[in-house]
Design a protein around this ligand. Structure first.
Ligand SMILES: [Zn+2]
Length: 460
């Protein structure tokens, strides 16, 4: 057995059911799981490893519920900078079609490095193109060197342009091949147990890139093995029109028609939904990956976050793919969620008061980024710092320029002030970031390789 003692945190925010915030707090960890959490004087005095967190605030690691790691190779591409979703996709599909397995590995590590340094301890990724021999295995193997948890979504596209879909035929696959590979990946990698580092998710890309048949078959396969389902839904007005024309349903009704509602399903975005559709999510247990930066970047609209929360819908945060953000800063996304919800409240004429009223608070935004994300991914073992849960935690030194003058409320300062990187990041009791440095990767060398790969993709 290995033990870890974390002591003397200026403040330890548990995000537990009582939202305990413990001054001079700490954790005692056995084999990656939290054995004790409380004020430092109540914890054991020794352990195999001791972390003195004086001057730091500690909170549960952030959970990212939507990303496309490979898109780190195509950030800020001039032709896609000012496009809406459908035009943005049509510009990028041919570039993505040039990727190879090494590109998948390099971009995975770039995204995971950014995520780890900005406080993420569990990341979901959605990979839906497998050109030139690449596979989800490339992503999973590359993720191990970084050391954060991965929910790797086996994405898919089967509805090419010739059949009325959006993507060119060159980037879609046959449905038999998609389903066989999905089953192979589940058998090879999926860990159902508490503390899992890798989980597999089945994730047909979006209503406009797969058939209803593949949606149904994927749902049946996922349920046979008890893995979760993920897709893009109700992201834009264009998608809504596509669904009405092609299927005769609005996006949420289309999901119901292909057995894609339930506790094991979460959707990215869900910007354009009615109150009745929100009620469907709440009743069926569907989760939402809210991606505020991406929705702003692509001018997709503003998701009704407060209405989701009020209705009891599970909501987590996602940075979304790096071609529509164009970064993977998890703490920044928490801040963006708070600010965008406030903008929407203002636009909707919500009643605001000095005590908050209908304003999303910094603590609520952090909840979305921690326990909210865990609920969306179906994880009961992460998202808060409690006995029995995984020792996934992050720390920020409060004595830095960005927090200067904000220590009246250090937890809120993390969200209100300029987003910063973590000083340390532990996943399952193991250090991933120490003294603001990522331990698993030589970043200077990696960035050079990543830039070379990105340049090569642009050469026709
Ligand atoms: Zn996405």
């Amino acid at each position: 057995m290995t033990t870890l003692l974390v002591k003397h945190a200026e403040l330890l925010a548990t995000m537990d059911d009582h939202r305990r915030e413990i001054p001079d707090g700490g954790l005692f960890v056995k084999d990656g799981f939290i054995a004790q959490v409380g004020p430092t004087p109540e914890l054991p005095l020794t352990a195999d490893e001791i972390v003195d967190a004086s001057g730091h605030i500690i909170l549960p690691g952030l959970v990212n519920t939507h990303h496309h790691f490979y898109q780190t190779l195509t950030r800020a591409i001039p032709a896609a900078q000012n496009a809406n979703l459908f035009n943005w996709l049509k510009t990028l599909y041919p570039i993505w079609a040039r990727m190879n397995p090494e590109d998948i590995r390099i971009s995975t590590q770039t995204a995971l490095a950014e995520l780890a340094l900005s406080g993420c301890t569990t990341a979901s990724d959605h990979l839906y193109l497998f050109p030139n021999g690449s596979s989800l295995d490339d992503e999973i193997e590359a993720s191990r060197e970084i050391g954060i948890r991965l929910h790797a979504s086996r994405g898919s596209m089967s509805l090419g342009e010739s059949k009325g879909g959006l993507p060119p035929d060159s980037v879609v696959d046959s449905e038999d091949k998609i389903l066989a590979d999905s089953e192979r990946l589940i058998n090879r990698y999926h860990q159902p147990e508490a503390g899992a580092m890798i989980q597999i998710v089945l994730a047909p890309c979006s209503p406009f890139s797969v058939t209803g048949e593949l949606m149904k078959e994927s749902a049946a396969l996922a349920r046979k093995y008890g893995v979760h389902l993920h897709t893009h839904l109700a992201e834009t007005q264009d998608e809504e029109e596509f669904c009405l024309q092609k299927f005769g349903y609005r996006p949420v009704a289309y999901m119901q028609s292909v057995n894609w509602v339930g506790n094991d399903v979460w959707y990215a975005h869900s910007v354009h939904v009615s109150q009745e559709e929100i009620a469907v999510y709440a009743r069926e247990g569907c989760g939402v990956a809210h991606c505020p930066s991406s929705n702003m970047r692509l001018a997709s609209g503003i998701a009704p976050l407060q209405r989701y929360i009020k209705a009891g819908v599970k909501v987590g945060l996602g940075v979304d793919g790096s071609a529509s953000n164009d970064g993977s800063h998890m703490l920044a996304e928490v801040r963006q969620a708070m600010l965008l919800a406030r903008l929407k409240a203002g636009l909707d004429g919500a009643s605001l008061s000095s005590t908050g009223g209908e304003i999303l608070t910094a603590r609520q935004a952090l909840e979305l980024g921690t326990r909210g994300g865990a609920a969306v991914l179906g994880r009961k073992d992460i998202g808060s710092l409690e006995v029995g849960k995984c020792a996934d935690f992050i720390g920020f030194n409060l004595n830095r320029l960005e927090f200067s003058g904000a220590l009246h409320d250090p937890l809120a300062a993390l969200v209100f002030c300029q987003p910063v990187g973590v000083d340390f990041n532990y996943v399952h009791g193991k250090v991933v970031v120490k003294d603001r440095q990522l331990l698993g990767l030589d970043l200077d060398r990696h960035v050079r390789r990543h830039n070379q790969a990105a340049l090569r993709l642009m050469q026709v």
